[in-house]
Ligand binder design. Structure first.
Ligand code: PEP
Ligand code: MN
Length: 339
């Protein structure tokens, strides 16, 4: 792809001249504006030969070729770390936010009780699925709209920002009325129309890694959201499929420092889906912090053994309460802190 950068201080006439030249030459191209200027991106083989002529146009700050399949998600676009704020909670800085909550919202009492425990333990954001894209059609599918109402209640009682999953583009509107951030699950990580629709919404997106996605494919999925206009993307490593059967997935620890090299986006870790078993969740949290993660998303349930989904990997509220100060101390030894 051919990338043309225009700085903020350039006149409208010059910008229009570049636009005209691009559409005459290539027809369709993408345009993204951020605080610093405008980025125009042309794809396709014909773009390869045209660096020189665009460099000469007045107002053009830079023209580059990028063959990686993503640009806005990469360090070439932005060398410093992006900080994504979710209703005041910042991901991507020194302080590490912990998100906790049940896999699925099961009742008003369950989510409120959990939200209160999450807050008391010191975690700063609540998770809970309303729409659950389950592998089996016979598994608990989430309470849908009803769950959104319970999440809103938990949010207003505790003040905790909420993240919940969207599985269809048409749910983005109703879910955004309640949720501070929208989650894309592993099963939808390459659902292109959903990613594009999330790119047009005004909520930060937590993009989970597809269970069989390479890091490059994942960054290209993020690129769909960024290219559609939403700059607030948080990547969530949640384990990948391997031959190992003692854990539900294999936490790809290497993904954390690698993504931090390749991308400016915050990277968080979900130790619950990565392992599928609560006994090793605390160890994976420490590993995530040691590897440089910018946040964590942990499943917790008032009675894990009675959970309607993912009970085996949910830690108890007591465990969360003990874990938080331990993670705080651990983060401090690595030059970080907990949010
Ligand atoms: C979840 O967060 O409950 C979930 C379904 O996770 P994943 O999409 O990573 O499987
Ligand atoms: Mn789950």
């Amino acid at each position: 792809m051919l990338i043309i950068k225009i700085n903020n201080n350039v006149s409208q006439t010059s910008i229009d001249r570049v636009r005209r030249k691009l559409s005459d030459e290539f027809g369709k191209y993408h345009e993204v504006s951020d605080g610093r200027g405008i980025v125009m991106i042309v794809t396709g083989y014909r773009s390869v030969a045209n660096i020189g002529q665009f460099k000469r146009i007045e107002g053009v700050a830079d023209v580059i070729h990028d063959f990686s399949g993503y640009y806005l998600a990469g360090r070439n676009y932005r060398s410093e770390n992006t900080v994504v704020a979710v209703s005041g909670v910042c991901f991507g800085g020194i302080a590490i936010p912990v998100i906790a909550g049940p896999c699925g919202v099961e009742s008003r009492t369950q989510i409120i009780e959990t939200a209160e425990a999450v807050k008391k333990a010191g975690a700063v954001m609540l998770r809970g699925g309303a729409f659950k894209p389950r592998t089996s059609p016979y598994s608990f599918q989430g309470l849908g709209e009803e769950a959104l109402e319970y999440l809103a209640d938990a949010r207003s009682r505790t003040g905790l920002p909420v993240v919940t999953e969207v599985i269809r583009a048409e749910d983005i509107g109703p879910v955004s009325r309640v949720a501070d951030a929208l989650q894309v699950g592993s099963r939808n990580a390459q659902n292109i129309p959903l990613l594009q629709a999330l790119g047009r919404c005004n909520r930060p997106v937590i993009l989970k890694r597809g269970m069989m996605m390479t890091l490059e494919e994942w960054l290209m999925a993020a690129e769909y959201i960024l290219l559609s206009g939403n700059p607030n993307v948080i990547l969530c490593e949640r384990g990948i499929r391997t031959f190992e059967s003692m854990t539900r997935n294999t936490l790809d620890i290497a993904a954390i420092p690698l993504l931090k090299q390749l991308s400016h986006l915050p990277v968080i870790v979900d130790p619950s889906h990565a392992s599928g078993r609560r006994d090793i969740v605390p160890a994976l949290c420490r590993a995530a912090i040691a590897a440089g993660a910018d946040g964590m998303m942990i499943e917790t349930h008032p009675q894990p053994n009675k959970a309607l989904s993912d009970g085996e990997q949910a830690i108890t509220h007591d465990t969360l309460k003990d874990l938080m100060p331990e993670l705080k101390r651990f983060a401090e030894t690595t030059g970080r802190s907990l949010w």
